[in-house]
Design a protein around this ligand. Structure first.
Ligand code: AVI
Length: 319
């Protein structure tokens, strides 16, 4: 019962503004900051740098999978489709898809950042003059109405990057169900990171150059920039162990000493060694992901993985 109640509080925290989420998340025991707040301009640039790290195999493996299987993916999606991307991410990935599709009719990126969407559509409009671009500013974890697109025969969702892993499995299932509804009978192409040697996972989230540490600590830097907080980044450690039982990387900021930190008009107390939970990154087997997709109402069809079984791409169809 306690856990259920606490979980409700945690999920509610994720729906707040950064200042509210920080105030509430840091008053919980244990403390937390929802991972969606990583992605301000500085955090997005750090995430781009993570994607290019030698230890972070996900991005290059997924891009290679998309390239190698683009023809097959395009024939499963079919001609005259509209691509709906959940969270406009790296344009590099959707371009591979658009280039392989027969007569793609439209591209509907959904993102909470209007300025990012404007930039994405401006860049795509140059290279795809015949593609209808319909950006939707919104949070795709909430039910959203996606306007019908003229001429499109079906919708195909695109959710690359294993962002699905940043949701707990039960929430991931609910999100997939919501996406299925938004796709209105269309299928979903989703990238999913796989369980593997913990040493590989550990290295991917504890890179030698310290970029992931800077990405994690950017939450505190962002609070200093935006909320007049008084965090000293040197007084917190990036800690990202793999939890093999839960099959996920857990990311924390650990206070290196007992300290009182100014946050807006109040003071937050940290004990020495106290952890602030900032992210989970769940890993799946091909089978365990297909099971979640089936529980969400999809029929798991094709799946592609690299030869080292590090990353997978799933094509799910609506029932
Ligand atoms: C966006 N997401 C899939 C990344 C991940 O691997 O969970 C975020 C990330 N966190 C640390 N490194 C990358």
């Amino acid at each position: 019962m306690m856990d259920a109640v606490r979980q409700d509080a945690r999920e509610a925290v994720a729906d707040l503004s950064f200042s509210q989420a920080l105030a509430e998340g840091l008053s919980l025991t244990p403390k937390e900051i929802p991972c969606k707040f990583f992605y301000d301009a500085a955090g997005s640039a750090l995430f781009d740098a993570i994607c290019a790290l030698p230890e972070y195999y996900q991005t290059r493996t997924e891009v290679a999978l998309l390239r190698r299987n683009a023809g097959e993916i395009a024939s499963l999606i079919g001609a005259d489709a509209e691509i709906v991307e959940f969270g406009a991410g790296a344009l590099r990935k959707v371009r591979i898809l658009l280039d392989a599709l027969s007569r793609p009719r439209g591209y509907t990126p959904i993102d909470i950042s209007g300025s990012y969407l404007r930039d994405v559509t401006r860049r795509l409009a140059v290279d795809y003059p015949n593609l209808a671009l319909c950006p939707v500013v919104g949070d795709f974890t909430m039910p959203l109405h996606i306007p019908k697109m003229n001429g499109a025969v079906r919708r195909a969702g695109f959710f690359p990057g294993s962002t699905i892993g940043n949701f707990r499995p039960d929430t991931a299932m609910t999100l997939l169900r919501r996406m299925r509804e938004m796709l209105d009978g269309g299928g979903l192409l989703v990238g999913v990171d796989l369980v593997k040697d913990p040493a590989i996972l550990h290295a991917a989230y504890n890179d030698a150059a310290g970029v992931t540490a800077a990405f994690n600590k950017n939450l505190l830097a962002r609070a200093n920039r935006e909320l007049n907080a008084g965090f000293d980044l040197e007084d917190f450690a990036h800690y990202a162990p793999y939890n093999p039982k839960a099959q996920r990387i857990e990311m924390y900021l650990v206070s290196l000493k007992r300290q009182s930190v100014r946050l807006g008009g109040r003071i937050v107390e940290f004990q020495a060694g106290e952890a602030v939970h900032t992210e989970d990154s769940h890993k799946y087997t091909i089978e365990s992901f297909r099971e979640i997709a089936a529980r969400a109402g999809f029929i798991p069809r094709a799946v592609w993985a690299d030869e080292n079984r590090q990353f997978s791409l799933h094509w799910l169809e609506s029932r």
